[in-house]
Design a protein around this ligand. Structure first.
Ligand code: SF4
Length: 642
């Protein structure tokens, strides 16, 4: 308790600290559900810091957003008023980097890491060279930042002034730090993890891992374990191979291109449709095709040739860098994908898909995908080998199901009650409306729009309306929502870039000062998760249904696979539970700070069915009032609440 930075404990905080202390000190894992406003960050740090010091472990605090990382450093700054703590928030290499080549020509963490490695090897990064040449000055900087909790921006600002590499300085600070706040990628992305651990000078069993907002881990792990290749990537690969005089690679990719087109013709897919295929369906085309390039390169098997493609792709990346070009090699990415296709072909925890989709240029195209069906392929690499893992979020229930899907072993679970006062929460569940597939139609959308308008027109400031899909979002728009509400409408779009979306959210939030606005978005999307709307930024959140996935090939494959590895729970784990978690996430958007007074309105009667209701967060469920299907009832309830 001596590391707790505040003078008083809120309800249940001491119990939380005792629990973390007793489990983590034994090297056990913990799954904790506690809602926003509980004060999880301060509590978990207060419990873990003394254990880490006694057992000489480092703490790696995984966050989803930069704001959360900064929050960890803020709490540690409070703690360091009493105890010396060395800690640093580490953003991704791309965010820390000052090299124009990385900033202008890479878009993801793996590529930026790869480019950075090449630049350093070829001595072409001035910031890196400068840091090495002015060792003494760099060391002074490291000493200062290692002596206290440090925001990553502090390091970046100091490095800009000296033209040093912020990432190199942060890495040096990290080696001395007791706590490192960083993104999940540093531990869960296998390509990044080894370098990260080497950088901080420890093995996994030397670290205590705290996972904040851990509800996203299963989806994130599936994404990390999956990969894809499109027709346009293959086309670019063919062109690139010819530019580098690699005719055999060009012919091989041409053969692959034809094979994908032939598969497309075989399955006759429409846009947004996908089909599950057997890996051999692609491989057959190689066997049947002419492959003079095998003997020509003295490579005798397909596997050897694909290895050659990957290796030549790496050489091309190096050459592009030498010429000052962005080192994006399609030969390399196509080769890496085909290598996975070949080596994973007999694994039943992966599924193989062909998908037709619409490109950004509004044309139709086709891609092949390898989808990882088991998050444990990625997660257990970390959870099995760390000293202890604490997974926390406001929406993890049912906790055992969560632990099982990420493959956590030797764990304890605990759900803490919400700290929100009941008088600050109103939850209404409307009868008579639903977005269940077979009941959708203009009539139903009109009814939903009219109830949503009752909510908007009876709420003092901002309202968030989250639909289960873009189809439903379009449905309520076509039912005329915009014309029956008394506040301006801000509609999320799939086509928005992140800058467009940030602008939309800024404008929506700003309307809290001007009589309120309405945000219309999609559950599971960027605005229904990860975004906070405290105070008047969202007085009320309206949910228009449960975001069950369309029964696509990958969803069916997921259910089949889970039915095999989690008998009797396959459909629940693979289909219902992910939708119920997104539903809970959306419902919690308006209650972000302890003093927030906000309403949650469910416009889908299915929320009252025990199967769904059981998975709704306890603090929401206990305040739920069922409202009859009569005009004006919702408005009446909300007016009396506000
Ligand atoms: S060494 Fe530093 S500045 Fe240079 S590319 Fe890598 S991260 Fe960027």
């Amino acid at each position: 308790m001596e590391y707790f930075p505040y003078s008083d404990f809120r309800e249940n905080q001491e119990e939380f600290i005792d629990l973390v202390d007793s489990e983590v000190s034994k090297g056990k894992n913990l799954v904790v559900e506690a809602s926003t406003g509980f004060g999880k960050t301060a509590c978990v740090l207060a419990a873990i810091l003394p254990i880490a010091m006694e057992k000489n472990k480092k703490v790696v605090y995984l966050c989803r957003t930069h704001k959360q990382m900064d929050r960890v450093i803020e709490e540690l700054k409070m703690i360091s008023a009493k105890h010396n703590i060395s800690a640093v928030a580490l953003r991704g290499r791309r965010e820390m980097c000052l090299s124009p080549l990385v900033l202008n020509h890479t878009t993801d963490s793996s590529t930026s890491m790869y480019v950075c490695r090449l630049l350093r090897k070829m001595k072409r990064c001035n910031h890196f060279n400068n840091t090495r040449e002015h060792e003494d000055k760099a060391y002074e900087m490291e000493v200062v930042f290692s002596s206290r909790p440090t925001f990553s921006q502090e390091i970046k600002d100091a490095c800009k002034a000296e033209a040093f590499c912020p990432y190199e300085i942060a890495k040096a600070v990290m080696r001395n730090a007791q706590v490192i706040a960083c993104s999940y990628m540093y531990l869960f992305q296998p390509d990044i993890r080894d370098g990260f651990l080497e950088g901080i000078g420890v093995n996994l069993d030397d670290i205590i891992v705290i996972m904040d907002e851990a509800h996203n881990l299963p989806d994130m792990a599936i994404e990390l374990g999956s990969c894809q290749v499109s027709l346009s990537a293959l086309k670019s690969g063919i062109r690139e191979a010819r530019e580098h005089n690699e005719e055999s690679i060009a012919q091989f990719l041409e053969l692959t291109y034809k094979a994908v087109n032939a598969l497309d013709a075989k399955y006759s897919l429409k846009v947004d449709e996908e089909a599950r295929i057997l890996p051999v369906e692609l491989l057959t085309y190689y066997m049947g095709g002419q492959m003079p390039f095998l003997p020509e390169k003295n490579l005798h098997t397909l596997e050897e040739f694909i290895g050659y493609v990957v290796k030549q792709g790496e050489e091309m990346q190096k050459e592009m860098l030498k010429r000052g070009k962005p080192p994006r090699s399609y030969v390399h990415s196509c080769g890496a994908f085909l290598h996975n296709w070949l080596t994973l072909r007999s694994r039943d925890d992966f599924c193989y898909l062909i998908q037709k989709y619409r490109t950004k240029m509004d044309t139709e195209s086709v891609r092949l995908e390898i989808v990882d069906l088991d998050p444990r392929n990625i997660t257990t690499q970390v959870t099995d080998n760390s000293f202890s893992v604490v997974a926390m979020s406001g929406t993890l229930s049912p906790l055992v199901a969560y632990a099982e899907t990420i493959g956590l072993k030797n764990f304890t679970t605990k759900a803490f009650p919400s700290p929100f006062q009941r008088e600050n929460i109103m939850v209404l569940a409307a009868r008579g409306v639903t977005t269940k597939g077979n009941e959708r139609g203009l009539e139903m959308y009109r009814k939903i729009a009219s109830k949503a308008a009752e909510v908007v027109n009876s709420t003092p400031k901002n309202v968030g309306i989250f639909a289960p899909s873009y189809e439903v979002l379009d449905g309520v728009l076509s039912a005329g929502l915009k014309y029956i509400i008394d506040k301006p409408l801000f509609v999320e779009s799939r086509a928005f870039s992140s800058e467009d979306n940030d602008r939309l959210i800024r404008e929506f939030k700003d309307h809290e000062k001007h009589g309120g606005g309405v945000l219309l978005g999609v559950l599971g999307g960027r605005n229904a998760e990860g975004q906070d709307y405290p105070g008047d930024e969202m007085n009320c959140v309206v949910l228009l249904g449960i975001p069950y996935a369309r029964p696509t090939s990958r969803v069916k494959a997921q259910i089949d696979y889970y039915s095999k590895v989690f008998p009797n729970r396959g459909k629940y784990y693979g289909y219902y539970l992910p939708a119920h978690r997104k539903f809970n996430q959306g419902a919690g958007r308006a209650h972000r700070m302890l003093q927030d007074k906000a309403a949650i309105v469910f416009l889908d009667y299915r929320v009252l069915q025990p199967f769904v209701k059981n998975d709704i967060s306890e603090w929401i469920k206990r305040s739920m009032i069922v409202v009859d299907d009569r005009a004006g009832v919702i408005a009446e309830r909300l007016r009396s609440f506000f």
